[in-house]
Design a protein around this ligand. Structure first.
Ligand SMILES: [Zn+2]
Length: 284
């Protein structure tokens, strides 16, 4: 009986998983509490985080926006050897946008901070390591960052290729938009998409991105909330899903109207925030 279940589990794993560029995909790697433990997972040469969700273990594979379409193995390290699942990456067809930044550029009210917190600069990495490692590798589900009745529309979409056409933006190549822009009135509450720990919350104005909050949900998953009017949490706070982090604003020189830019990063890959939220609905 157990062997049959185990074979079925293996066969189930063998079906290819189809995923669009920029989307995350959660591949279940245990069946029941008797399931075989996967020790680690790798995809496209990068370690893939393993997370617990509703008592099951998942390999959370972030597929980058610029991943070349094709089939790639998700490599699973098992106690007795290796196994793999085929992940088929398909093209997403991102939009091309021509944008005009605010002119003249808004002046920050305080000097801009030297680096945004989601850079991979060693300075931040060193300070992150300790407490990040202490977070549990478990997710309790995710919900939208603003109440859907307040959402007017999405302006910028995840993966947009943007050309900034003013002279001060000497960009010859398009700049990717790694967030999703929720348009809502100034002052609308911005909520944590899931429980976690606030890594960054400051009314100081990052030059382009404005007032920013960063929440870590597991050591490998973070959400970033930008262009806020103000924040109402401080760095180090433990937050619950749905807790108010701040309010919608129009801060930062890249913001042209009241909106929330939310980004979700898995390890070092930005993924589509909505597709990520949908992958882990909260328990009913
Ligand atoms: Zn944006």
């Amino acid at each position: 009986m157990l062997y049959t279940l185990f074979l079925l589990w293996l066969l189930g794993l063998k079906a290819p998983v189809v995923v669009q560029q920029g989307n995350p995909v959660a591949v279940q790697v245990t069946t029941t509490d008797r399931g075989v433990q996967v020790r680690s997972a790798r995809f496209m040469g990068q370690p893939v985080p393993l997370v617990w969700y509703r008592g099951q273990r998942y390999a959370l594979v972030p597929v980058a926006v610029d991943a070349k379409p094709g089939s790639y193995p998700l490599l699973l390290e098992l106690p007795y050897g290796q196994d793999s699942v085929v992940v088929e990456v398909v093209a997403a067809g991102f939009r091309v946008r021509h944008l005009y930044p605010k002119y003249p550029l808004k002046k920050p009210t305080v000097p801009p901070l030297p680096l945004p917190p989601d850079t991979n600069k060693p300075f931040f990495r060193a300070r992150l390591n300790d407490w990040q490692a202490a977070l549990p590798n478990e997710v309790e589900g995710f919900t939208l960052p603003i109440d859907s009745r307040h959402l007017q529309r999405f302006s910028g979409l995840f993966g947009d290729k943007r050309y900034w056409t003013r002279q001060q933006y000497h960009e010859r190549r398009p700049k990717r938009h790694y967030g999703l822009d929720f348009v809502a009135d100034t002052g609308t509450a911005v909520r944590a998409i899931g429980s976690g720990v606030v890594r960054w919350a400051d009314d100081a104005w990052l030059r382009d991105d404005g007032v920013t909050v960063v929440v870590f949900h597991t050591p490998a998953i973070r959400s970033v909330y930008q262009h806020l009017a103000r924040v109402c949490v401080v760095t180090g706070d433990t937050v619950r899903r749905g807790q108010v982090l701040g309010y919608i604003g129009n801060t930062g020189s890249n913001s042209k109207g009241p909106h929330l830019d939310i980004k979700v990063k898995v390890v070092n890959v930005y993924v589509h925030p909505l597709r990520f939220i949908e992958a882990f609905p909260p328990s009913p």
